[in-house]
Design a protein around this ligand. Structure first.
Ligand code: NAD
Ligand code: MG
Length: 388
């Protein structure tokens, strides 16, 4: 690695991606310095991270927690609060890891790019909802987006085989792999009875609760189709989903000559995190290394679009463009929260999103205030439908 340490802000530090990012940073003390962290609740954990890494700037979601955390952190640590706090922290490091959950991660994505920094992006919701605005912000000199999401990180690596840097005319399609989630192969009648615990039991990945539920409905894969299109500038007609239950092939790129390039590892998010931190170099530690002396079976199948209508909803939102993806993601967040709280059945998650999308009226999404308004509208409609 180069001799100067690069500074890192880790926003969403106490979550699943946050914790795994800390694992990578612990191995690379000479390459990176953690300078800022933020989290929602879990104040004790946040304080422990600040202490371990000697972090001087900490962000929290709510003003209510300021006093408690100030006491835990002591006077030398600066505390910032809310979305303006997140924006501030996003302008304080060379590399910003956006590991916040949901639309709350939007200020991180925007402030990082608008201030010309590297965004290591796990928070797909912000990119999906704000795609036209993110595209503008990415033009800021120095700004770049590297995807932590394993499928997109795989595609980023596979696209290095392309001869083109824009539009990718030599690429026939992106093949996003999906584990299929805990309900792969379940008949429709059984899906109607799926419980919260069933849905939280992901077969191959251990992740935060929201994305785990999204994986059970395949909404996660739908969101990833939108994410891939926005990240690589490839229309969704050239993004296909392939079910691959072992989660070893993290995604593939098919070129016009029929060649398919894939990226493989055992499922371990620390590999894509390390890739996004290290680029242009690769960090010298093999997270998720495969032992090829042991039997390894890889299988692939088509997704079941009928049992998992979230996928088609996502493609439809992509085709409509503008604020449609923001509506999809916002309605989904509200419905998943209701499911996690035990208020609705599993099939009602995607049914709620579909009912919200039925009411979508085209909006080109010209500004941030426009986006916030659309997000609020979709959430209000979703809450209304849930109360019916
Ligand atoms: P998580 O729920 O485990 O963690 C979320 C983090 O965000 C926590 O630290 C929480 O305190 C923080 N947070 C939430 N609201 C906040 C707010 N308003 N202000 C500051 N911090 C806030 O979630 P996760 O599984 O780590 O996922 C994070 C993001 O990464 C999501 O967008 C998810 O889709 C994406 N992602 C996760 C994985 C995975 O393996 N977990 C894989 C791919 C993509
Ligand atoms: Mg993923």
């Amino acid at each position: 690695m180069s001799s100067t340490r690069r500074s890192v802000a880790l926003l969403g530090a106490t979550g699943s991606i946050g914790t795994q990012t800390l694992d990578v940073l612990r191995r690379e003390p000479d390459a990176f310095e953690l300078v800022a962290i933020a989290g929602g609740r879990r104040l004790g954990e946040l304080a422990a991270i600040a202490e371990e890494f000697h972090v001087r700037r900490v962000g929290i979601a709510s003003e209510e927690d300021r006093e408690t955390l100030s006491e835990l952190l002591g006077p030398r640590v600066e505390l910032v609060v809310g979305s303006s706090g997140l924006s501030e922290l996003a302008q304080s490091a060379d590399i910003v890891v956006n590991a916040v959950m949901g639309f709350a991660g939007l200020p991180v994505t925007m402030a990082t790019l608008e201030s010309g920094r590297r965004l290591a992006l796990a928070n797909k919701e912000s990119l999906i909802a704000a795609a036209p605005l993110v595209a503008q912000a990415r033009a800021t000199p120095g700004a770049s987006v590297l995807p932590i999401d394993s499928e997109h990180c795989a595609i980023h690596q596979c696209l290095a085989s392309s001869n083109s840097s824009s539009g990718y005319p030599d690429v026939r399609r992106l093949l996003l792999t999906a584990s299929g989630g805990p309900f792969r192969g379940w008949p429709k009648e059984r899906l109607a009875t799926a419980s919260r615990d069933d849905a939280l039991r992901h077969p191959t990945w251990s992740m935060g609760p929201k994305i785990t539920i999204d994986s059970s409905t395949l909404m996660n894969k739908g969101l990833e189709v939108l994410e891939a299109s926005a990240l690589f500038g490839i229309e969704v007609g050239r993004v296909d989903v392939v079910v691959h239950p072992q989660s070893i092939v993290h995604s593939m790129v098919e070129f016009v000559d029929g060649s398919v390039v894939a990226q493989l590892s055992r499922p371990d998010m620390r590999l894509p995190i390390a890739y996004c931190l290290g680029l242009p170099e690769r960090l010298d530690h093999a997270w998720g290394a495969i032992d090829f002396t042991q039997p390894l079976a890889l299988s692939f199948e088509a997704p079941d679009y009928e049992s998992f209508p979230a996928l088609e909803l996502a493609y439809a939102a992509a085709r409509r463009g503008g604020a449609a993806p923001a509506w999809l993601s916002a309605a989904n967040e509200v419905a998943v929260e209701a499911f996690l709280a035990g208020r609705i059945s599993w099939p009602r998650i995607v049914a709620t999103v579909a009912a919200v999308m039925d009411q979508y009226i085209d909006d080109p999404l010209a500004s941030l205030s426009d986006l916030l308004e659309n997000d609020a509208t979709a959430r209000r409609l979703a809450h209304g439908i849930l109360e019916e």
